[in-house]
Design a protein around this ligand. Structure first.
Ligand code: NAP
Length: 488
């Protein structure tokens, strides 16, 4: 099954189709084996959605008070006898204790909602294990990605997708119908062999974030070490000055914008590489290398991490004047000035540099916030493709340019001052400018009419060296066809 198919709901959403599907499902009697957190939330949600619910417990008397009055709480065998679709809200370890119910469960649909505590914990998935214990039943894997809390809140908040798989199409359809009536979006994940993958989903810790987080940490470590050497180690070795107090705030605060800025440029660099590859090969039908594909897919996370670092940089910068070290330095400067009988320390150029530096910095952060907000699914869904691409592509590029201005006004003429080359190391800002400036330059080249037109044609299916049929309007307005080399 293709990725696109997997993302499609099993049933049409809303409208007449949705209502038609809902009618036979609502009113059906659903069984739930188990009386724990998940069973309770499931029963509440099913009752709210108009189903009759029979809960099967080992101790129904004790558990009955925990369920809504509309749900019947009885012994497991009784619940199994009364219903055809039964949710098994019991941990895998206890499946074997249900084997006594095998006869009464025969021919029925068992919905496996279980999760594991570790990725690929068992050789076979929980659903396949349940199916092996109850060969006369039809097992459907579903609802394990929905938490008890989401079930109770009625699918208004949290994840709305219910991933479903089974070897039996009809059973899958029935469970999908139930999910839809409950307000969830059923997603067909194919046959039972997908159960393992579905069971691993709730256990994955930010899978799409791993690479971007490692990238951010790697950059942070590199820039932090570089700044530490320049701001702390160098004065200590060369002038025996103790500047170690700078580590928690100053060094961190000079590192954060470096990471934010480089990460922002790394959002746009893969697009530049992809466009260069398309221009070079003269086609859009050539697959990008895997690393570039992966990079393109992680742009959102890289961008959000860039925003995170930029936001932290803003907070750290606001806190700089609060430090004791800053106050002592101010007083020392004032005293020095008084001793030297200096009336003013005003340097016009410095004043202007700082004003512009802070202003463009605030603008860059504002633009980054806009990019971060529009990447949230709920906001992104409310934009059409053109609006989304305008914000992410055009405003994103403006944010990169603004950040570059912020960096340049920060550095000003320091790159030309030889005292700034500590241990022959250039100022950090000059290093951070490398990738972003390459991206900006490439974008400028791509916007030249001759390059832009060629890229546009390639993206509309034109290929280098391919002969295409063309249709031209004649002087009389009629159309004549012929063959032409698209290279021309
Ligand atoms: P739970 O609160 O511990 O409930 C488990 C229930 O299993 C017990 O209340 C018990 O009900 C029943 N049970 C049947 N035979 C048992 C036995 N031999 N030993 C112990 N209990 C037995 O667990 P839960 O959180 O509801 O989770 C139930 C299932 O849902 C699990 O497979 C879990 O992975 C899955 N799940 C839970 C969540 C969630 O958010 N909690 C989310 C997704 C999936 P009786 O005493 O009445 O028989």
């Amino acid at each position: 099954m293709s990725g696109g198919d997997m993302a499609k709901p099993l049933l049409g959403r809303g409208g007449v189709e949705g209502e038609r599907g809902a009618a036979p499902a609502a009113g059906r009697t659903i069984g739930v084996l188990g009386s724990g957190d998940f069973a309770r939330s499931l029963a509440i949600r099913l009752v709210c959605a108009g189903f009759k619910v029979v809960v099967g417990s080992r101790n129904p008397k004790r558990k009955a008070g925990l369920f809504p009055p509309a749900a019947e709480v009885t012994f497991q065998a009784e619940a199994a006898r009364k219903t055809d679709v039964i949710f098994v809200a019991v941990f895998r370890e206890h499946y074997s204790t249900l084997c006594d119910l095998a006869d009464v469960l025969a021919g029925k649909i068992l919905v496996d909602v279980s999760n594991n505590t570790e990725l690929n914990h068992h050789r076979e998935s929980n659903a396949e294990y349940l199916a092996s214990l109850f060969p006369a039943c039809t097992v459907v894997k579903a609802f394990n990605v929905i938490s008890a809390w989401t079930l109770q809140s009625g699918a208004r908040d949290g994840n709305k997708q219910v991933l479903i798989c089974s070897n039996n199409q009809e059973a899958k359809r029935i469970v999908a119908e139930i999910a839809q009536v409950m307000g969830f979006t059923p997603v067909d994940m194919g046959c039972m062999s997908s159960a393992c993958e579905i069971e691993n989903i709730p256990l994955r810790l930010l899978p799409a974030w791993k690479i971007p987080i490692f990238l951010a940490l790697g950059l942070f470590l590199c820039f932090f070490t570089y700044n530490l050497v320049r701001q702390v180690i160098h004065p200590y070795i060369r002038e025996q000055k103790n500047k170690f107090y700078k580590i928690p705030i100053e060094v961190v605060n000079t590192t954060l914008p470096c990471v934010a800025y480089v990460m922002l440029s790394l959002v746009y660099l893969p697009g530049v590489l992809a466009a260069s590859s398309q221009l070079y090969y003269g086609t859009k039908y050539r697959r990008f290398p895997d690393w570039l594909d992966q990079w393109l897919q992680h742009r959102k996370q890289i961008g959000l991490l860039s925003f995170f670092c930029a936001a932290l940089h803003a907070v750290y910068s606001l806190c700089l004047p609060m430090r004791r070290s800053h106050r002592y330095q101010l007083i020392e400067t004032a005293v020095k000035q008084a001793v030297e009988k200096k009336m003013t320390v005003w340097v016009e150029e410095e004043v202007w540099r700082m004003e512009i530096y802070i202003s463009v910095g605030i603008m860059a952060l504002g633009l980054l916030s806009l990019l971060a907000i529009t990447s949230l699914p709920s906001i992104a869904n409310s934009l059409n493709w053109r609006e989304f691409s305008f914000v992410q592509s055009t405003l994103g590029f403006i944010a990169l340019v603004t950040s570059t201005l912020h960096t340049l006004t920060y550095g000003w003429s320091r790159a030309f001052d030889e005292n700034q080359y500590k241990f022959y190391l250039p100022p950090t800002y000059t290093l951070t400018l490398l990738v972003p400036c390459t991206v900006i330059l490439a974008k400028v080249v791509f916007s030249l009419p001759c390059v832009h037109q060629r890229l546009l044609r390639i993206r509309r299916g034109w290929e280098k060296g391919r002969y295409v049929k063309f249709v031209l309007p004649s002087a009389t307005g009629e159309y004549s066809s012929g063959e032409s080399s698209s290279n021309v």
